[in-house]
Design a protein around this ligand. Structure first.
Ligand code: TXE
Length: 486
């Protein structure tokens, strides 16, 4: 090993090696080379972190939302001042285009910290007055809470959970994905300078089944917020049930993009392309099933195939690149195996379908061409299972009822986008689609105040706005006789 960067755990305000003394490699997927050592943490590191968090909690809770917000804004300032380093690190760790890290990942991570810092000041209870009683509620932090985040939007999703947990007054045990740990490590390195009291923020690195499982099964982490795969979410949920933990789960999707024949054609084609292939299709919100009204099916298919095959794919450092590498060799192989399954199921690959060899420094990188498949029925694995790569399927539909049947025909229910110029139809269809989020004539348009989360196998609970802050609190009711009416 002995890579350039040695990532460390951040516990009680200190950078510490893992108790095991063991590290594993972090790979830059665009060049298939290791560049950092990741701590292989275990229950011993967790015990230190929980003890530090418990010690820090009374002062952090007692500090009040205003002062907590100032510290969180300072952390956002420090990330902003070092944005270029964060952008490069995210690109190197994940393989996504540098331009995407600069336009989305890092700015949104900064925005998450600022948004929840301020939203924390609005968190409060309610009052209930009746002739006999006067009651009010208190929103109180748990103490030590856990967050576990994935590799597809590393710092963005890490801060999306971290910020509301801290703003609500909790101390945090945070575990970023072991596949993309670098930017969370960099964030933790600024925590002391930002003014976080030691022990408020603890970042543990390591493998999901080891340190991740230890965190979720620890008796003194009463609330867990998780984003990741549905299978892992299920495991965390059932483990949490035994200890009666509060659990928030943001899981996978198999999201429909529904295109009616009255849609703005050009906008719908570009929308379906962006929904399908942004971030190499590795966003839980990606539209991986494109449903098109039969009257425009062929024309739409040909236009989408043309646009997708024109997408630039290659070295993520190049400014004009739209598609970078997939996050890891294992994930690339998983996506390629899904393409084999699609062919075995009778799917016709209209474009893509293969690993892309990028000449030059990225020759060994994990790239897959944007891929479009048609000719598959709803109930086949390709149309039912989350592939999480640059792969979309096309299916025709006859009318609104059939579109809705196809859209709702999977075990997932995270997001959908509908393309129509008929406003009433947009509203009608949005109301009937079983998903937590529906976009009309757009995709991935986000307002951080809105509820975010999925139905069915896409998750449990909603994040975003005050809901995320409320998740990280206990609500307490205090009642007394109503003196005013006595
Ligand atoms: O995710 P995991 P993986 C989907 C996508 C992908 C599949 C598997 O379909 O192909 O999930 O990806 C931690 N206890 N999504 O295996 O394992 C892990 O260390 C506690 C959708 O990479 O779910 C990491 O920090 N924690 C998705 C986090 O869970 C555990 C984003 C997510 O990893 C754990 C990513 C355990 N037993 C993948 N096992 C989305 N919803 O956006 C793992 N972890």
């Amino acid at each position: 090993m002995a890579n350039g960067i040695k990532i460390q755990n951040f516990i009680g305000g200190q950078m510490l090696p893992p108790a095991s003394g063991e590290y594993f490699d972090s790979i830059n997927p665009a060049i298939a080379q290791s560049f950092a050592d990741v701590p292989d943490s275990d229950a011993r590191d967790l015990e230190l972190a929980v003890t530090a968090a418990e010690k820090a909690f009374p002062a952090w809770r007692g500090m009040g939302a205003e002062k907590r917000a100032a510290i969180m804004h300072k952390l956002a300032d420090l990330i902003e001042a070092n944005a270029e380093r964060f952008i490069e690190a995210e690109c190197m760790d994940n393989g996504k285009p540098l331009s995407l890290c600069a336009a989305v990942d890092i700015p949104r991570a900064i925005a998450n910290l600022r948004f929840f810092a301020d939203a924390g000041k609005l968190l409060g209870g309610n009052t209930y007055e009746s002739p006999g009683s006067y009651s009010y509620t208190l929103r109180q932090p748990f103490g030590t809470v856990a967050i576990i985040s994935p590799w597809n939007l590393p710092l963005l999703l890490f801060t999306w959970k971290l910020a509301p947990a801290l703003a609500a007054g909790n101390c945090v045990i945070a575990k970023p994905s072991e596949v993309t740990p670098l930017t969370a490590f960099m964030l933790s390195a600024f925590a002391n300078e930002a003014g976080f009291p030691k022990g408020v923020l603890n970042v543990l690195h390591g493998r999901g089944p080891k340190i991740g499982a230890a965190i979720t099964q620890h008796p003194r982490t009463p609330a867990i917020s998780f984003t990741g795969g549905t299978a892992t979410g299920r495991e965390i949920y059932s483990g949490g049930a035994k200890l009666l933990k509060k659990v928030s789960l943001e899981l996978g999707g198999k999201n429909p993009t529904v295109v009616f024949d009255d849609a703005d054609f050009a906008k719908a084609v570009t929308g379906a392309k962006m929904a399908g292939f942004t971030n190499q299709g590795q966003i839980c919100l990606c539209g991986s099933r494109v449903l098109v009204q039969d009257t425009i099916y062929e024309k739409f298919r040909d236009a989408l195939v043309k646009e997708a095959s024109d997408m630039s794919i290659g070295d993520p450092l190049q400014p004009d690149i739209l598609l970078g590498a997939l996050v890891s060799k294992a994930h690339m192989e998983k996506v390629l195996s899904c393409l084999d399954i699609a062919e075995q199921e009778g799917g016709r690959i209209l474009t893509g379908g293969r690993r892309k060899i990028v000449p030059g420094r990225c020759a060994e990188g994990y790239f897959i061409e944007p891929t479009i498949i048609e000719g598959l029925p709803l109930h086949c694995r390709t149309n039912q299972e989350e592939i999480f790569g640059p792969v979309v399927t096309l299916m025709p539909f006859r009318d609104e009822d059939e579109a809705i049947r196809l859209a709702n025909g999977t075990e997932y229910g995270l997001a959908a986008s509908i393309w129509t110029e008929d406003a009433a139809r947009g509203e009608r269809v949005a109301a009937r689609i079983d998903s937590g989020i529906v976009w009309v004539n757009c995709w991935n348009m986000r307002d951080l105040r809105t509820p975010f989360g999925g139905m069915k196998n896409s998750g449990v609970g909603r994040e975003g706005g005050l809901r995320a802050l409320e998740f990280f609190t206990e609500e307490k009711t205090v009642s007394r006789p109503n003196a005013a009416k006595a």
